[in-house]
Design a protein around this ligand. Structure first.
Ligand SMILES: C[C@H](O)[C@H](O)[C@@H](O)C(=O)CO
Ligand SMILES: [Mn+2]
Length: 405
């Protein structure tokens, strides 16, 4: 059926397999991390649920990631946060972190042929208690976070050097106000200054790429977020940084799929946190829904697979955490395969010719093409279980490993 449209199914599978997804480690432990002085999750992000068996150290988290990755077709990446440093019981401040605190992650990534990405952690910390970090009026606090971000880029650089693939080091801060500000400008000036300090040192883009992640609002920053979309878009354009678009960080009817082609004429690279907002930035597990398909289509039909760094960002503790990773990441891969199996060139020509009747007719017909069969075949060719067969393995792992923790 696909070949009748001139679609080369084997080529579609090959091209899908070339796209790495950066799998976020923080789904595995509810964004807890391994710091010696662990703090409550803060910064306006929430994890709900208490499913048993969560990973509580590096060994467990890596073991769980390995299990999840073994059920996902293709070769992918792992995205770390600074709170996943392993310091052997020593209380190392975030402004003191060094690449060697991530040596076990680097060794593991090397053994498993994975790339690593990184994020400084500017929440869940006494110096982020009032929800302000890089835009803080207190110079000591602001300096502390500048130093943390500076060091984070060096950690990203070390990942890139060791693994031969650039790390994406992404800065997200919670800074904002619950209620109407009396001055929106000064905190933004301070954030700009902080970023200038952080990025002062040039780092070879073959080892590290810098991204900045905007947000519309958070819990405790309902009225104003310093690092808004316009702020970071302007900063990234002027300073040659990547804008990271989190699909949960916009107005409920504002679609990130619609933004990709607006960025592409101007930006060499874009980064994504693919998430599933349900009424708000709720970070639900990514589903194979219309917006996910549209996002993948925008990447594939615009030939932008190498320009868009795809990362995931969801955390659900009400279900098995390995299953959450597998469902969300398989759905991202599924959407990319789906996008490669559309008659994109014909659809483009129909639009150019003003033939919107046929454009709609064909888009609708393809919704019921036998995509599931191709997906199963894709999984089999990558030696991972097709359809829901992966669930049996997750259940066995839950019985043998998770339930013993
Ligand atoms: C833990 C992540 O870095 C965090 O979720 C951030 O990326 C975000 O999206 C905050 O809303
Ligand atoms: Mn995010």
């Amino acid at each position: 059926m696909y070949e009748q449209w001139g679609i080369d199914v084997e080529a579609a599978m090959r091209d899908t397999a070339k796209i790495p997804i950066s799998v976020h480690c923080w789904q595995g432990d509810d964004v807890t991390g391994f710091e010696v002085n662990q703090q409550e999750l803060s910064g306006g992000i929430e994890v709900t649920g208490d499913y048993p068996g969560k990973a509580s150290n590096g060994e467990e988290l890596r073991q769980d990631l390995e299990k999840a990755l073994s059920l996902i077709p293709g070769k992918h990446r792992v995205n770390l946060h600074a709170i996943y440093a392993e310091t052997d019981g020593k209380d190392v401040g975030r402004d003191e972190l060094e690449p060697h605190h991530f040596q076990r992650w680097i060794n593991w990534a090397k053994e498993n042929g994975l790339g690593l990405d990184f994020n400084p952690t500017l929440f869940s910390h006494p110096k982020a208690e009032d929800g302000l970090t890089l835009a803080h009026a207190d110079e000591n606090i602001r300096r502390f976070w500048i130093e943390h971000c500076r060091r984070s880029r060096k950690i990203g650089e070390a990942f890139g050097k060791a693994l031969g693939t650039p790390a994406l080091t992404n800065i997200w801060i919670p800074d904002g106000f619950k209620d109407v500000p009396s001055d929106r400008y000064t905190p933004r000036l301070r954030l700009k200054d902080s970023l200038d300090e952080i990025f002062k040192e040039e780092i070879d883009p073959r080892h590290n790429l810098d991204a900045v992640e905007s947000k519309l609002f958070g819990i405790g920053s309902e009225a104003y977020v310093v690092g808004s979309h316009e702020f970071y878009l302007s900063y990234a354009m002027k300073n040659n940084k990547l804008c990271l678009l989190d699909t949960g960080h916009y107005h409920p009817t504002e679609m990130v799929s619609n933004k990709i082609s607006a960025f592409l004429p101007f930006q060499e690279k874009i980064a994504l946190h693919v998430s599933r907002p349900v009424r708000w930035d709720s970070d639900h597990v990514v589903a194979f829904d219309d917006e996910l398909k549209e996002l993948a289509l925008e990447i594939v039909r615009n030939g932008a697979a190498e320009k868009v760094n795809i990362g995931l960002d969801f955390f659900d503790a009400s279900i098995n955490r390995i299953a959450a990773w597998v469902i969300g990441t398989r759905n991202m891969c599924k959407a990319l395969l789906f996008a490669h199996l559309m008659p994109n060139e014909q659809l483009k020509q129909l639009q150019e010719a003003g033939n919107y009747t046929e454009r709609l007719a064909i888009l609708e017909e393809f919704k019921t093409y036998p995509f599931g069969a191709v997906w199963d075949y894709y999984c089999e060719t990558h030696d991972v279980p097709p359809a829901a067969e992966w669930l049996t393995e997750v259940k066995t792992y839950e019985k043998d490993v998770l339930s013993t923790r």
